[in-house]
Write a protein that binds this ligand. Structure first.
Ligand code: BYC
Length: 471
């Protein structure tokens, strides 16, 4: 359905005047937030070649056009309902999914929706300065595409809050625009969303690692017995795939450029050539992987067990798992910290659901590294990018109390601190990477020195397409 309404949607918004009015009241506040906290310097004078969801069918969500960013038509789209869908796990396994919020699970559902919703505008805030230092028009367009879609994901959660949670839902929707990334008084809810994304290496690592947490959390919520949440998340996942592609291909292009220069000049010292050396890339990887691991919560979590038992948040690809989907008699083996050591323990499966999801995530993260390492190998360079140990640099969960190296060795705090500069970006590394950024490269087909061009453009357009028009 292509909608000419103020708020494009496939939820028949015009049939519920009260809800429509409430959302139309929230809309100008959202636009104001976008202007204040969204892409800085790119609001009214630039036309960006973006994909806009105008409906959920394949043609509808892959519709490309030039828009000025504040005029992007943020809409509300839920994936089509699955006929006769049943709850796939927990105490209500096999019963029909809920179209309304069950009163007894209201608080938990609201909390999950608010936490999910909070990350979306947070990431736009984190990325708001990147346009000024874009390495090409292609990349400039990609960050704006991602920002617009994160804005739409906020709309998806705000719709649920307004439509199903009454007055407190509306209040939560207001607060989603009032908390800000890194704000000391009103920070965003989850740790990684208060970190800065000051440069494009950070941006690509963020979209590779942190957006991938989004994939796994959204996939778990897509299993929810609360059907409107499940359908919202299913549609969000389609958009999420492009964000991770931007991250994976972005890091790959940086690695490619670095390797090309190393080969051409027969040197490891690519900093002298204005590129990013492989050890620095590894340090950024270590940082973003470890803060993203924290986003999965505690290894042993009664919250996660309750969400599962209640039927509000499932496991990754729950319906494809071959077990009883209740898990009260199942166990799970995992590493945890005990008495200053990393130990393997067998725990009740229900309490280990965060860790199980983290395992799925780590496995997925490893795939991109294979591709990045292939680039290094093809250049004949003896260097391998590695995922650090899961206990490295953790703030949330049992490993918080340990000091662990990327190889998984537990050590004293003093030893860890003495080595930290080899493992995580130092102030000097960050200053170097920042020094490479900008000013934005705005000539079509031109790329900053530290990154290779993409293998192909967006929507079958060439790499030298005018992805952003400056009027
Ligand atoms: N930072 O029992 P636990 C995305 C808190 S990303 C700060 O383990 P639970 C995106 C926790 O709140 C996906 N606090 O918690 C990506 C709890 O607080 P209380 C976002 C943290 O609930 C890129 C306490 O510690 N979606 O979409 O099992 C761009 C005990 O923890 C953190 C979701 O996260 C942290 N990292 O698990 C744009 C899905 N971790 O109760 C978008 C919804 C834990 O003591 N959220 N805490 O006050 C959830 O499912 C869960 O809230 C979590 C935490 C998995 C995050």
């Amino acid at each position: 359905m292509i909608s000419a309404e103020k708020i494009p949607n496939n939820v028949n918004l015009s049939s519920n005047k009260r809800l429509q009015r409430a959302l139309e009241h929230w809309q100008p506040k959202y636009i104001q937030w976008w202007r204040d906290m969204g892409p800085q310097g790119f609001q009214d004078y630039h036309q960006v070649y973006v994909r806009t969801a105008i409906s959920v069918d394949p043609e509808g969500w892959a519709h490309f056009e030039y828009v000025k960013l504040p005029e992007y038509r943020w809409g509300i789209f839920l994936a089509d309902p699955v006929h006769d869908r049943k709850i796939g796990f927990g105490d209500f396994f096999g019963q029909s999914v809920w179209q309304e919020v069950p009163g007894e699970f209201r608080n938990q559902l609201r909390r999950l929706i608010v936490t999910q919703g909070d990350t979306e505008p947070a990431s736009v805030e984190q990325q708001r300065l990147l346009g000024k230092t874009a390495p090409s028009l292609y990349d400039l367009r990609n960050v704006f595409q991602i920002n617009c879609e994160e804005g739409r994901h906020l709309w998806a959660m705000v719709y649920l809050l307004h439509a199903y949670f009454g007055r407190d839902g509306r209040e939560e929707a207001e607060m989603l625009l009032e908390r800000h990334s890194g704000d000391p008084d009103k920070p965003r809810i989850l740790g990684a969303f208060n970190e800065a994304t000051p440069d494009w290496l950070s941006f690509f690592m963020f979209t590779y690692f942190t957006d991938r947490d989004g994939k796994y959390q959204l996939a778990s919520l897509a299993e929810s017995g609360f059907d409107p949440l499940a359908r919202s998340c299913r549609f969000m996942l389609i958009e999420e795939a492009h964000h991770m592609f931007v991250g994976e291909s972005g890091v790959q292009r940086i690695v490619q450029r670095t390797c090309d220069l190393m080969k051409e000049h027969k040197t490891d010292d690519v900093r002298s050539l204005g590129a990013i050396d492989l050890p620095t890339i590894q340090k950024y990887l270590n940082f973003h992987f470890s803060v993203s691991l924290d986003l999965f919560g505690q290894e042993a979590s009664t919250n996660a067990a309750n969400y599962y038992t209640m039927g509000v948040k499932g496991r990754y690809l729950e319906t494809r798992i071959d077990d009883d989907h209740v898990l009260t008699d199942s166990t799970f083996d995992m590493d945890t910290a005990d008495n200053g050591r990393i130990v393997r323990k067998t725990v009740p499966a229900l309490s280990a659901l965060n860790e199980r999801l983290r395992n799925d995530y780590i496995e997925d993260c490893a795939r991109g590294l294979i591709r990045w390492n292939r680039v290094i190998e093809q250049a004949g360079i003896a260097f391998e990018l590695k995922l650090p140990h899961r206990a490295f640099n953790r703030r949330i969960g049992a490993f918080n109390e340990l000091n662990v190296s990327p190889e998984g060795k537990v050590m004293s705090e003093a030893e860890w601190k003495a080595n930290e500069h080899k493992w995580l970006p130092t102030a000097e590394d960050r200053a170097y990477v920042t020094s490479l950024m900008g000013p934005a490269v705005i000539e079509p087909g031109k790329f900053a020195n530290w990154i290779a061009p993409p293998l192909r453009g967006i929507n079958n357009q060439p790499a030298n397409f005018e992805y952003v028009r400056f009027n």
